[in-house]
Write a protein that binds this ligand. Structure first.
Ligand SMILES: CC(C)(COP(=O)(O)OP(=O)(O)OC[C@H]1O[C@@H](n2cnc3c(N)ncnc32)[C@H](O)[C@@H]1OP(=O)(O)O)[C@@H](O)C(=O)NCCC(=O)NCCS
Ligand SMILES: [Zn+2]
Length: 142
């Protein structure tokens, strides 16, 4: 909150279906193995108002969300052809591990569900996904 105004938002989904989320991509097995079959949380939404970016708000939102769970946390970065993945620095700094970088990750899904992509501008999305995981074995300082 900034003078009563909401400047950023994050959401954390507990116990997500890894295989469904990763479109049954083989990388799901790596995530499951790294998590020792434990439930995995997922961050579907992270956004900070444009005029408030670059002040550490995004970093704080992720850091605080992590403190609410002790399970592994997964995030999928939507890598844009020009600007890359804006939240990459945040996840790297918080110790997330790179599980895989997958080209055209959303391609089949975009064809099946018939959506175009505003980022790559292709009829069917050809963007790359950056899959990162924060291991549950981390120590959390409450
Ligand atoms: C990604 C996002 C939430 C980051 O929020 P933020 O409050 O700017 O994040 P921070 O201030 O903690 O900065 C994080 C990193 O962004 C980079 N950054 C610096 N200035 C920036 C700016 N003006 N705008 C965006 N990113 C900037 C820096 O590399 C910074 O890392 P550093 O502190 O190690 O230098 C925000 O840019 C956003 O809402 N983007 C659009 C939505 C989006 O891409 N969400 C992520 C989905 S995976
Ligand atoms: Zn795309």
């Amino acid at each position: 909150m900034h003078h009563g105004q909401i400047v950023g938002t994050i959401s954390l989904e507990l116990d997500v279906n890894i295989r469904e989320l990763l479109y049954n991509h083989p990388v799901a097995h790596i995530v499951e193995r790294r998590s020792n079959g434990r439930p995995v949380a997922y961050i579907p939404i992270l956004a900070v108002d444009e005029s408030f970016r670059g002040q550490g708000i995004g970093f704080s939102l992720v850091k605080e969300a992590l403190q609410t769970v002790s399970r592994p946390v997964l995030s999928i970065g939507w890598v844009k052809p020009d600007t890359g993945w804006m939240a990459k620095a945040i996840f790297d700094r918080l110790g997330f591990e790179r599980i895989a970088i997958i080209d055209e990750f959303w391609y089949a899904d975009s064809v099946i569900k018939q959506y175009g992509c505003p980022y790559c501008g292709k009829t069917w999305c050809k963007c790359t996904a950056d899959i990162v995981l924060l291991d549950a074995a981390r120590s959390i300082d409450h």
